[in-house]
Design a protein around this ligand. Structure first.
Ligand code: IVH
Length: 699
C-alpha cells in the first residue's frame, strides 16, 4: 500500500492530443532520464540539477496519467538503481513490540493494580512510572557495533524489518557514532522517526507543485519518506528522530528508564523534552491532561502518552504478554470527530462470511485524513444508532483504526432519509444470512460456494502478516479468481507453471512484471509455521494466537494431528489445547471445527505439497537447574505472585502443574500450604520454600 495520496494533475496545459505523439515525447524523456540515472547511480556523477531532473520525471508522470499504457517499461516504474525487489530484510536481535492501550482513568488504575499484583506488592507500595509522549511516527531500531552505526531497520512485523540504513544517513537527530563511554560491542537504540508538522506542510506544498502527490498526514509523509527505495529522495525529506528505548545491549546502560534516557541524551540522541517522572494515578492523570492541552501547539503529532515502569529490574520481572510488555501502556487521546452525511449503506462480506455494513459518506477530513467510508459493525449497531440513508452523522477516527459512526444527528434528519433494512441474504451469493444465538455478527451461510468469502480468504492469505507476497494485491487476487486461475491458496504457487504464458500476455502485464511476481511467489515457498497458521484465516486465529500454536506444537504435522484429536471430547489433546495460555474453549472450538471440515484438510494437503513449512525451534533451556522438571506452587506466596512464578519457571524450561503426583519434581510451598504439601511429603517430592526456589533458579 502506498502512503502517498492524491492523483496526478488533471489539467495539463500542453498535453499531446494523440497517444502516438505522447509516446514519442515519453520515449525521448525516458532515454534522457535513463542516461541521468546511470550517471548518478552508477558513476556517482549527476549530469543535471535536481530541479531539472524532477521536472522531466514529472512530465513522464503527467503523460502516463493521460495515457496509462505508457507506464509499461517507463523509468517511473523503476526506482533509481535501487534493488528491484524492495528492501533487504533485517531480523531484529530482540523483537520490536507494541503497546496495550488505555483510554480512561480506570484503565490506568487497572494497569497499576495489575503490575502490583504480578509483583506481589501491596496496593500502596510505590512504583515509579515515566510518562512520555507517544509520537505518531514509525519506529526504528538503530544498531551500533564498535560505536559505529551499522544498521537501521523499521519495525516490520516486529520480528523482521526493512533495512533502511542508507535512508537514515541524513537524519541529523541520529548519531552516526557513539562516544567513548558507550559500550564497544553492541548497542541498539530504538525510537520514532517522524516529520515535524511545519516541515510536512512545506513538503506538501512542494509536492503539490512538482508531482501533485501530497501526503495525508505527517506520519504518512514520514513513512513514505523513510521507506523510499531511492535513498537520495529520503535525503531530501526533513525527517527527525526521538529515541525512547533499546534492543540488544552488550552491557546494561542503566538501572532505570529515566537514567537510560539521560545517558543516551548525553551521547547525542534527541529525547523528548516532556518526559516526566510520575508516582501515582493523580500525577499520571494530571500529566495526561497537561500534555493533551499542549498537544495542538507541539510541532509534531502525538496520539497519546506512554507510561513505563521506571525500574529495569521490575520491567524484567514483569515481562511480556504475547506482543506487549506488562510494564508499559499507551494512554490514548480521544478520537477525532467530524460530521458528514451518509450517502448509502453497503454490505461487505468478509473471509469468514461476516456481513459488515459500511456507511458510504460524503468525504470529510478527520484528523488530517479524508474519510469516505465508516464501519457500522453489525445489525444491532445500525439499530442502536437508528441510522438511515441520507442522515447527518458524527464519525470518529483514532489512529489507524477504521473510522466509525458514533451518533446520528436526529434533529437534523432530512425529509429524504430512508430507513435501512439489513439483508436476509448474502448480497454476493444469495445464500441465507444467519445470525447465531449470542453472536453479534450475521453471516453468509454460503461457506465454500460464496465467491466473496473465497476472495477475501485469498486476500488474507497473501497479505503482509501472512504470506506477504509482494506485488500480489487485492486487485490481482480478484482478477486471478475471475480468470479461474486461483481458486484455492495452493493455486497461487501453480500460476507460473499453469498460466505463466497467459499472464505475460495479460493486459497490464509483461515479461518483466510477470517474472517479478513469480519471483516473489517463489520466495514464499518456505514459510514459518506461525505465518502459515495465521494465513489460513481461521476464525479468531490472529497473529498472536498463531504464534502460540506454532510454538506449542512445533511442526505442521504435530499441529494437524492435535487439532484432529482435540475434536474428541474429554481427550488429552483437547485439554492440552485449552491449557495453552490465552486459548480458551471458544478459540479451541473454532480450530477443531476448521480441522473437522474435509475441504479444509484438502486445502492443507494441497498446500503442504507445494510448500516447505518450517518447524519452530523451541530453544531448549538445558542449562537451567529446573529445565525439564515439573513444579507445583502452593500456599500463600509472599515473595512473588503465582503468575510471575509460573511465567518464570516456564521461561527456564520447567513445567508448572496444578497438582502433586509422582511426576512432580519440586513443590514450592508458601505459608499455609496444606494437602499438597502433605501429599508431596508422602511421595518424597523435594519441598522448597519461596526463598529456596529463588536460590535454586538464581543464575
Ligand atoms: S515504547 C516495548 N515509547 O508506539 C514497547 N513507543 O504502540 C516499545 N511509540 O511501536 C515501545 N512513542 O512506534 C514507546 N515514547 C514511546 C513511543 C512509542 C511512540 C510507538 C512505537 C511503538 C508503538 C507501540
Amino acid at each position: 500500500m502506498s502512503a502517498e495520496q492524491g492523483s496526478t494533475s488533471s489539467i495539463v496545459p500542453d498535453m499531446p492530443e494523440t497517444r502516438t505523439e505522447a509516446g514519442l515525447q515519453h520515449a525521448e524523456i525516458s532515454d534522457r532520464i535513463r542516461g541521468f540515472n546511470e550517471a548518478y547511480y552508477i558513476n556517482d556523477e549527476p549530469l543535471v540539477p535536481d530541479a531539472e531532473y524532477d521536472a522531466l520525471f514529472n512530465r513522464l508522470i503527467e503523460l502516463e496519467a493521460r495515457y496509462p499504457t505508457l507506464k509499461k517499461n517507463s523509468p517511473t516504474q523503476e526506482v533509481g538503481a535501487a534493488p528491484a525487489d524492495g528492501f533487504a530484510k533485517i531480523k531484529h536481535a530482540r523483537p520490536m513490540l507494541s503497546l496495550a492501550n488505555a483510554f480512561s482513568r480506570e484503565d490506568i488504575v487497572d494497569f497499576l493494580a495489575r503490575i502490583r499484583r504480578f509483583l506481589n506488592l501491596t496496593a500502596h507500595s510505590p512504583v515509579e512510572i515515566v510518562g512520555e509522549p507517544k509520537i505518531d511516527g514509525l519506529s526504528l531500531s538503530l544498531r551500533y557495533e564498535n560505536r559505529e552505526l551499522v544498521s537501521a531497520a523499521t519495525r516490520g512485523d516486529g520480528t523482521e524489518g526493512e533495512d533502511v540504513t542508507a535512508n537514515v544517513a541524513h537524519i541529523t537527530d541520529i548519531p552516526k557514532t557513539l562516544p567513548e563511554d558507550a559500550p564497544a560491542d553492541v548497542v541498539e537504540i530504538r525510537g520514532e522517526v517522524y516529520m515535524a508538522r511545519s516541515a510536512f506542510q512545506k513538503l506538501n506544498e512542494t509536492q503539490a507543485e512538482t508531482s501533485g502527490k501530497t501526503f495525508a498526514n505527517p506520519r504518512n509523509a514520514a513513512a513514505g519518506s523513510l521507506r523510499q527505495l531511492d535513498p537520495t529522495i529520503s535525503a531530501k525529506r526533513p525527517l527527525r528522530f526521538f529515541a525512547y528505548s533499546f534492543g540488544e545491549l552488550s552491557e546494561s546502560l542503566a538501572q532505570t528508564h529515566w537514567d537510560f534516557i539521560s545517558k543516551i541524551k548525553g551521547w547525542g540522541f534527541v529525547t523528548n523534552p516532556h518526559t516526566t517522572l510520575l508516582h501515582n494515578t493523580d500525577e499520571i492523570m494530571a500529566f495526561y491532561e497537561e500534555l493533551g492541552n499542549q498537544r495542538a501547539e507541539l510541532d509534531y503529532d502525538i496520539d497519546g502518552i506512554v507510561y513505563k515502569v521506571n525500574d529495569f529490574e521490575l520491567q524484567l520481572r514483569l515481562g511480556f504478554v504475547s506482543r506487549s510488555p506488562r510494564w508499559a501502556i499507551a494512554h490514548k487521546f480521544p478520537a477525532e470527530q467530524a460530521r458528514t452525511r451518509v450517502k448509502a449503506i453497503d454490505i461487505q462480506v468478509g473471509r469468514t462470511g461476516a456481513l459488515t455494513p459500511v456507511a458510504r459518506l460524503e468525504p470529510v477530513t478527520v484528523g488530517g485524513v479524508v474519510v469516505s467510508n465508516a464501519t457500522l459493525h453489525n445489525r444491532d449497531e445500525i439499530e442502536r444508532l437508528g441510522v438511515q440513508v441520507n442522515d447527518l452523522v458524527v464519525i470518529q477516527r483514532a489512529g489507524d483504526v477504521i473510522p466509525q459512526v458514533v451518533e446520528v444527528i436526529v434533529d437534523e434528519r432530512p425529509d429524504d432519509a430512508v430507513p435501512y433494512h439489513f439483508p436476509e441474504t448474502c448480497p454476493k451469493c444469495g445464500s441465507h444470512a444467519i445470525r447465531e444465538e449470542g453472536e453479534a455478527v450475521t453471516r453468509c451461510s454460503g461457506g465454500l460456494i460464496c465467491p466473496a468469502q473465497a476472495v477475501e480468504r485469498l486476500k488474507h492469505f497473501v497479505s503482509r502478516n501472512a504470506f506477504d507476497i509482494e506485488g500480489m494485491g487485492g486487485k490481482h487476487i480478484e482478477a486471478f479468481f475471475d480468470l479461474d486461475w486461483v481458486k484455492s491458496p495452493a493455486d497461487i504457487f501453480r500460476i507460473e507453471e499453469k498460466h505463466g504464458d497467459a499472464l505475460r500476455k495479460l493486459e497490464g502485464w509483461g515479461d518483466k512484471s510477470a517474472e517479478k511476481l513469480f519471483a516473489s511467489i517463489n520466495e514464499r515457498r518456505t514459510v514459518p509455521l506461525d505465518r502459515f497458521i495465521y494465513a489460513l484465516g481461521i476464525r479468531q486465529i490472529g497473529q498472536a494466537t498463531a504464534k502460540l500454536l506454532a510454538r506449542h506444537y512445533g511442526s505442521i504435522a504435530e499441529w494437524r494431528t492435535a487439532m484432529n484429536d482435540a475434536g474428541t471430547p474429554d481427550s488429552d489433546a483437547l485439554r492440552d489445547l485449552i491449557n495453552i495460555d490465552q486459548i480458551g474453549p471458544s478459540v479451541a472450538h473454532d480450530l477443531i471445527e476448521f480441522m473437522a471440515e474435509e475441504h479444509n484438510r484438502d486445502v492443507l494437503d494441497d498446500l503442504q505439497a507445494v510448500l516447505t513449512i518450517e518447524n519452530v525451534e523451541t530453544p531448549q533451556v538445558t542449562d537451567s537447574p529446573v529445565s525439564g522438571k515439573t513444579v507445583v506452587f502452593t500456599g500463600k506466596l509472599e515473595l512473588f505472585s503465582r503468575n510471575e512464578a509460573k511465567v518464570k519457571a516456564e521461561s527456564l524450561g520447567a513445567k508448572v502443574a496444578g497438582s502433586v503426583s509422582a511426576k512432580t519434581d519440586f513443590l514450592v510451598a508458601g505459608p499455609g500450604a496444606g494437602s499438597k504439601l502433605k501429599k508431596a511429603e508422602e511421595l518424597g517430592v523435594t519441598v522448597l520454600d519461596e526463598q529456596g526456589w529463588l536460590d535454586l533458579i538464581a543464575d
